[in-house]
Design a protein around this ligand. Structure first.
Ligand code: FBP
Length: 344
């Protein structure tokens, strides 16, 4: 399809020929996401010089201290979407309630789920962070399901936004690290684009990314070991056993940003886990704008995304900010982890 160095927009247009991409609508939305990503990347690259680092002093719906960059990134996407007539609603980590673009209700059919800045704990220490996005298309114009007229109350609107991961038509992430990369899929493979800071353009750098069937690294916050259920402890103990014939022990790698740990896993293989804990069986990672889009990408590359008990993309959400345990990465690694999780 494209050659290395192909402009993102050109690649998307080439790809939109196939019906799956639903034409111009999705290409326009992915272009708006890329545009917001360029703005955030530009600011991140000089964050230490301005006053954009640090907290706002507020606590978000998740009980977490909000970073200035969280809000900056959230607003950058909102601004970019305002001019997108296709988008009718946006669910984002930083807003308790869905953001409805009522002016687009009659025409638009797309919903975007967003983690504007994942890995917040890395922002002030110049560590890798990223934006995660998931795109769904409503079956019919949104006037039926989302119009805030008297006939629809908030619960009904939320219910129509609680969509399974399998219904995503596209998902991806933008990694702000040594370079800025946009990685996405629309159901036909996973493709990576690197931002050329001179031209301010995303250029194709990794076409059709495939994750190795098995890896040599595991990625988990081991500091939570005592909080885990026994099957999780047994699985990690198994990876640490001295068994060179079986490629063990695995090496530990943990950047503390889901997006960066999964990106490494996507390229090198292995497994990232944020398991459930005895006190918090649902774990920490949010389903709609973290686990589901990352699982969509990893599955498209030949890997797996699981709670340990079930495929993440099959989960029917019940709340817009719900969390799920997540085991994600190489097919063989996640399959083995599931075996441990299912043997109480
Ligand atoms: P947010 O930063 O978007 O809240 O995401 C959650 C997250 O930061 C993941 O990116 C990361 O993998 C995990 O939490 C780190 O959690 P912990 O500090 O408990 O290991």
């Amino acid at each position: 399809m494209g050659n290395t160095g192909t402009l993102l927009h050109t690649f998307l247009e080439e790809k939109q020929q196939t019906p799956l991409e639903a034409g111009a609508g999705l290409t326009a939305i992915l272009s708006q996401i890329a545009q917001a990503g360029k703005i955030i990347s530009h600011t991140m690259r000089q964050a230490g010089l301005g006053s954009i680092l640090g907290g706002t002093g507020n606590i978000n719906v998740h009980g977490e201290a909000v970073k200035k960059m969280d809000i900056y990134a959230n607003n950058a996407f909102k601004k970019s979407f305002e001019s997108a007539s296709q988008i009718v609603a946006m669910i984002t980590e930083e807003d308790e309630k869905p953001v409805i673009f009522s002016e687009n209700l009659s025409s638009g059919q797309y919903i975007v789920y967003l983690d504007p800045l994942d890995g917040s704990s890395n922002i002030d220490v110049n560590g890798p962070v990223g934006s995660i996005f998931s795109i769904h298309k409503l079956e019919a114009p949104a006037t039926n399901s989302l119009s805030t007229g008297k006939q629809k109350n908030e619960d009904e609107i939320n219910a129509s936004l609680l969509r399974k991961g399998v219904d995503q038509i596209s998902a991806g992430y933008i990694l702000y690290s040594s370079s800025t990369m946009l990685v996405y899929s629309s159901g036909k493979g996973v493709h990576g684009f690197t931002l050329d800071p001179d031209r301010e353009e995303f250029l194709l750098s990794d076409e059709n990314i495939k994750i190795p069937k098995r890896g040599k690294t595991y990625s988990v916050n081991q500091g939570n070991y005592q909080k885990w259920f026994s099957p999780t402890k047994r699985y990690i103990d198994h990876l640490l056993e001295h068994a060179p014939d079986d490629g063990r022990p695995y090496s530990s790698r943990y950047i503390g940003a889901l997006i960066a740990d999964v990106h490494r896993t996507l390229l090198n293989g292995g497994i990232y886990l944020y398991p459930g804990e005895v006190e918090k069986p649902e774990g920490k990672i949010r389903l709609l704008y973290e686990s589901a889009p990352m699982s969509y990408i990893v599955e498209q590359a030949g890997g797996k995304g699981s709670t340990g008990m079930e495929r993440i993309l099959n989960i029917q959400p019940t709340a817009i900010h719900q969390r799920t345990p997540i085991l994600i990465g190489s097919y063989n690694d996640v399959s083995l982890a599931e075996e441990f999780m299912r043997n109480e």
